[in-house]
Design a protein around this ligand. Structure first.
Ligand SMILES: [Zn+2]
Length: 254
């Protein structure tokens, strides 16, 4: 199906007029009519709104031009399997088992292979074949390529331990002891901070992977500590509900 047919069928299935759909996604009725005639396709922001409104992925709205593959486990994705961000929007790079609530599930490729192999072994695959297959496929996927950037495998675990020690050595007032770091995607934790001179800055790369966690403040209240690091730096901040009103506590080169 092409985009024009996808939008037409989603709209009519919901029993909406062009006018009503237009209102939902803040465009004119004429814009909807042009989409459905195939004269134009919705812009990026409108696609996001349509995706949210209809509960289908942007890939589906565009007529499924590519077969989405989970960039962590290699599973082919359809809309029922695609992961979601905390705000409910789709993250079309991962399946819902490998990425949930802004966090990656697997930081160890062997753990993931063990899980996958269990599901794959059967009349088509012996366990060994399944294992070999996964070992050849996974390293080519985005997640594991980026994970290699963080050191990969044993080095990754070492880096985690090291960073936890460094965070705990900071002795920041009110911040509990750090026990655990999770792999987090940059776009999810890239908060904007106000500098003393009033300028707003962001420190992270939306596409990179970092290690971090959220910690409750020991003094109670509704602000949390956010900690984040990679090989190059440590960052500590506090923020309110859902990342609102972030304040930088510390940014330190390692
Ligand atoms: Zn997956």
């Amino acid at each position: 199906m092409e985009t024009k047919d996808v939008i037409l069928s989603l709209r009519t299935n919901k029993g909406l007029s062009q006018d009503e759909l237009a209102e939902k996604v803040f465009v004119t009725r004429q814009a909807v009519s042009r989409w459905e005639h195939g004269d134009t396709i919705p812009g990026t922001e409108t696609l996001k709104l349509l995706s949210e409104f209809f509960g289908v992925s942007i890939n589906t709205l565009l007529g499924s031009p590519r077969q989405l593959i989970c960039q962590c486990c290699g599973m082919p994705l359809d809309d029922s399997l695609i992961s979601r961000e905390k705000d409910g929007s789709f993250n079309e790079d991962y399946c819902k088992w490998c990425y949930a609530d802004g966090e990656y599930t697997y930081s160890d490729m062997d753990d993931l292979i063990d899980v996958c192999v269990k599901h794959m072994t059967g009349k088509d695959f012996t366990e060994e074949q399944a294992r070999e297959y996964m070992k050849s496929v996974l390293p080519k996927l985005d997640y594991w390529r980026r994970y290699e950037e963080l050191g990969g495998g044993e080095k990754f675990e070492e880096l985690k331990k090291q960073l936890i020690d460094e965070f705990n050595a900071l002795h920041i007032e009110g911040m509990p002891k750090v026990e655990k770091l999770n792999a987090l995607v940059g776009s999810y934790v890239n908060l904007e901070y106000r500098l003393p001179n009033g300028r707003m800055v962001k420190f992270l790369d939306d596409n990179a992977t970092y290690l971090g966690n959220q910690l409750e403040c020991e003094f109670g209240g509704d602000r949390c500590f956010g900690i984040l690091a990679n090989m190059d730096f440590l960052l500590v901040c506090t923020y309110g509900c859902g990342g609102s009103d972030p304040e930088l506590v510390l940014y330190k080169k390692r």
